[in-house]
Design a protein around this ligand. Structure first.
Ligand code: FAD
Ligand code: UDP
Length: 385
């Protein structure tokens, strides 16, 4: 093979690695088993003319300046503060739960009392974990915590993960804080922007480099053979002496020999409407009703002005089954036994020379896109030093 680098997977992990290696003068072959680039960030225009996110809604936010600076080279971004509304017993309130949500759902006198105690204990305008509230020794705070836990987290989490909340890693629940103030943005990061032409366009521009060759509809399992005894990689039956960056699933790569890694999947149901807007906000979470977790209306995310046309997405959580090609591995389930299983695969792969794992599947991590890009940038620095 006339390439020095093989990258498997054209999502943000694989695209970032390909670009950085290409800029270092390396000839890169990037393959993806799907018929398109951009991995789960892929967007397309539906028959309504709306740019939809085919694998679930994506919003960019980061506190990592290096990541934002890197991305800005490949397209224009505009400021976008993401806001989420929660439907709680039929009332629409800001999520993360904040003082406005409190004032909507509680009598004024009670709301004032709770705010006063919270401000005294934590300070105004702080963001706290729901777990700190329910475990607090002040009775008012504990009761308030239990209420928010029940109304915001318990049912939504049961839907999303289909397991008792106490089985779920705290880091998952803590992605969404309780806000002791009026900041109603979903994310707290310093940089909150959306790409003007979409994420796929950013990745397309990232991959537009003379040293990068892209082959779609190409599954690594069909061309890549690993020789564990001698630590060698073969591509199309020829020994490959370059570096391999793998961003797919390690259990699949090794034929599920230790068992399948558990994931949560989603049944994504798109609906089109002949009206200007379906809802008043980009995302509405259904915290206490419905089988889906949230509804996203894409026009709010893409900033498109289309008359009498709109498209929404309902996300129905689903068990992932690797034998059913219709279910995609979306969310790794962060639990001790799953991480141990993952490590078995990693230990085997550590025997292969110049073989690197990067990305949400390959590292079995609940990564946001900025963390994936950061990791990819760092990995290239590490292996090319
Ligand atoms: P992917 O984008 O999954 O790319 C992996 C690629 O590898 C795929 O294209 C796949 O086809 C290919 N591949 C796999 N196996 C093989 C193989 N054997 N041969 C060839 N190709 C292969 N992050 C945010 O920052 N903001 C958000 O709002 C946000 N929303 C999300 C919503 C949902 C529903 C989900 C599930 C995730 C969300 N994320 C969000 C996370 C974000 O999607 C990921 O961090 C990011 O897309 C991961 O990029 P990646 O390159 O690691 O993986
Ligand atoms: N969560 C919740 N209620 C909400 C929003 C989130 O219980 O209104 C919990 C739920 O367990 C979810 C986790 O917090 O899986 C992380 O939420 P986030 O919005 O970050 O999930 P993602 O966008 O990655 O699906």
């Amino acid at each position: 093979m006339n390439y020095e680098v093989l990258v498997v997977g054209a999502g943000f992990a694989g695209a970032t690695i390909s670009r950085k290696m290409a800029e270092r003068g390396k000839k890169v072959l990037l393959i993806d088993k799907r018929p398109h680039i951009a991995g789960n960030m892929y967007e397309c225009y539906d028959t309504n003319g709306v740019r939809i996110h085919l694998y679930g809604p994506h919003i960019f936010h980061t506190s990592k300046k290096n990541v934002f600076e890197f991305l800005k080279k490949f397209g224009e971004f505009y400021p976008y503060d993401h806001k989420v509304i929660g439907n709680i017993d039929g009332q629409l309130v800001p999520i993360p739960f904040n003082y406005k949500s409190l004032e909507i759902l509680f009598e004024k006198e009670k709301a004032d009392q709770i705010k006063e105690v919270l401000n005294q204990e934590f300070g105004e305008n702080t963001k706290v974990s729901i777990l700190d509230l329910i475990n607090h020794n002040n009775v008012i705070i504990k009761e308030f915590g239990k209420y928010v836990y029940q109304k915001v987290f318990a049912e939504y989490t049961a839907k999303q993960w289909e397991m008792p909340v106490d089985k779920i890693d705290n880091s998952v629940i803590n992605r969404v804080p309780v806000v002791l103030g009026y900041d109603d943005r979903y994310f707290s990061d310093q940089f909150q922007y959306m790409p003007k032409e979409g994420f796929t366009s950013i990745i397309e521009n990232m991959l537009d480099h003379e040293n990068i060759t892209i082959k779609l509809n190409t599954n690594a399992l069909d061309i890549l053979k690993l020789d564990f005894e001698n630590g060698k990689t073969f591509v199309n039956n020829e020994e490959f002496h370059g570096k391999v960056f793998f961003t797919g699933a390690v259990d699949e790569l090794l034929n599920y020999q230790y068992g399948a890694l558990p994931y949560r999947s989603l049944n994504l149901v798109f609906e089109q409407y002949d009206k200007d807007y379906y809802q008043t906000n980009s995302v509405v979470n259904y915290n206490t009703s419905e089988k889906f977790t949230r509804i996203t209306e894409f026009k709010y995310l893409t900033n498109q002005k289309l008359d009498h046309k709109t498209t929404i997405l309902k996300e129905y959580p689903l068990k992932y089954d690797y034998q059913n090609t219709k279910s995609d591995p979306y969310y790794p389930i962060v639990q001790k036994e799953n991480l141990e299983l993952y490590n078995q695969y990693v230990n085997d792969l550590a025997n292969i020379k110049n073989f690197y794992l990067c990305g949400r599947l390959a590292e079995y991590k609940y990564y946001n896109m900025d963390a994936v890009i950061d990791r990819a940038l760092n990995l290239v620095e590490e292996v090319e030093e």
